[in-house]
Design a protein around this ligand. Structure first.
Ligand SMILES: Cc1cc2nc3c(=O)[nH]c(=O)nc-3n(C[C@H](O)[C@H](O)[C@H](O)COP(=O)(O)OP(=O)(O)OC[C@H]3O[C@@H](n4cnc5c(N)ncnc54)[C@H](O)[C@@H]3O)c2cc1C
Length: 378
């Protein structure tokens, strides 16, 4: 009998396992693929600040970045290359937006960049010190080294007499950290859209002094001598595809690898000349996002029975969260979007503290916020 059963061994599930295990809770971690076999294994994994005038979204990202970067450096320094990032203006962040942001940075002109490396193209940008690239699989393995791992494809949940059971595995609490996988209970207010992506790892004789970001990112030379270039973004919205398997096994994408790799390499070459380039490996995955782009953590509100009990919620009646109906001892952490390694430890710590000590969850990432929003639209 475990204290917690966690379904999904990506950045979200592994970070949850870590923080709960630190509080002496026993953990069974379940995944149909393995540790970091989903989006987390495909991630760049770049940890960069979000520039721009301060708002609730970039404040969350930047708070998570500060926390998680520091956390990874203590957890496994050998899996972290913290050399900063050069942010080059693009359509999302034009020159004006970049120059007026709230985080400390240094403007680097093209002359200055050429002085640093003759391989830089004619670019300029803003340099942020607090940025890194990490080894996603090593991090996830380190986070879960004290947890029991079971490789299972969970089709349904059984709950009886206060106990969740999956095959022979039993636990009092359950955490859904499934990424784009079909949710094991109905959470209609959490509408996950997968955003497919590809990253390539390459070898080159060029020394890249820091990460560079303009629509895509080129990493600095990592501990293992490779560079990561990522990532492409392709939404699944229109195709209405359900992610039943990993992208690596998804026939829909088998033919586009070459094209997407070529696009990435071309975009990278517009930033810095990479000499003696050799593609080492291609990684694919699907990011889980919801419309607001905020991630989501908390107890799982039972949508149907909450609305049955309080139908007037639909008309805007304010019913406090503690009066809603919840699935018993069930929690979710999902919709980490393109920043799963920035959010993972930060959100997992908040959720673990909430589960164990009833510490509050910030409203903007709470399950309740999305529940009320969806119910009022229903
Ligand atoms: C190409 C690419 C590049 C990226 N680059 C970055 C980056 O630079 N920086 C960054 O921070 N983030 C990046 N991301 C995003 C990041 O990878 C995700 O946000 C993060 O991995 C999400 O973690 P997760 O644990 O929520 O999901 P996942 O890692 O997908 O984990 C969910 C797991 O649940 C398992 N699962 C689901 N349902 C079941 C079931 N029924 N039974 C058993 N197992 C189940 C899946 O097998 C999967 O392993 C990138 C993503 C991609 C695809």
């Amino acid at each position: 009998m475990y204290d917690f059963l966690i379904i999904g061994a990506g950045s979200a599930g592994c970070s949850m396992a870590y923080f709960l295990q630190k509080e002496n809770k026993s953990i069974a971690l379940i995944d149909r693929e393995g540790i970091a076999g989903g989006a987390s294994g495909a991630a760049g994994a770049f940890l960069s600040p979000l520039p721009g005038k301060k708002n609730p979204y970039n404040s969350l990202v930047n708070a998570a970045l500060d926390y998680s970067l520091d956390f990874y450096e203590k957890l496994l320094p050998s899996a972290v290359d913290k050399k900063g990032v050069l942010r080059v203006a693009d359509t999302n962040f034009d020159e004006e937006k970049l120059s007026k942001n709230s985080i400390r940075c240094e403007y680097l002109s093209s002359e200055k960049l050429h002085y640093i490396s003759k391989n830089f193209m004619e670019i300029d940008g803003y340099f942020y010190e607090n940025a890194a690239v990490v080894e996603p699989v090593q991090i996830c393995r380190e986070l879960t080294k004290e947890s029991d791992f079971y490789k299972r494809d969970v089709k349904e949940l059984h709950f009886k007499d206060g106990i969740y059971t999956i095959d022979e595995i039993k636990a009092k609490n359950i955490i859904l950290a499934q990424g784009v996988g079909s949710s094991l209970v109905e959470i209609p207010y959490m509408k996950i859209s997968p955003i497919f992506g590809l990253r390539v790892d390459v070898k080159t004789t060029t020394k890249v002094p820091f990460n560079i970001h303009k629509s895509i990112s080129v990493s600095t030379n990592k501990h293992d001598g490779t560079l990561s270039i990522g990532a492409t973004q392709q939404r699944h919205d229109d195709e209405k595809i359900e992610c039943l398997t990993t992208c690596d096994k998804c026939a829909y994408y088998l033919e586009s690898d070459e094209m997407q790799t070529a696009t990435l390499l071309k975009q990278a070459e517009e930033l810095i000349k990479l000499e003696d380039l050799e593609v080492v490996k291609i990684y694919k995955g699907a990011r889980a996002t919801i419309k607001s782009y905020f991630p989501l953590i908390g107890k799982v509100v039972n949508y149907e029975s909450s609305l049955k009990k309080y139908p007037s919620i639909k008309n805007g009646t304010k019913i406090p969260p503690e009066m809603l109906e919840y699935y018993p001892n069930m929690y979710v952490i999902n919709a980490l979007g393109s920043r799963g390694f920035v959010y993972g430890p930060y959100l997992a710590k908040i959720l673990a503290q909430n589960i164990l000590y009833n510490e509050p969850i910030p409203k903007e990432v709470s399950t309740e916020k999305l529940f009320y929003k969806a119910a009022r639209k229903d």
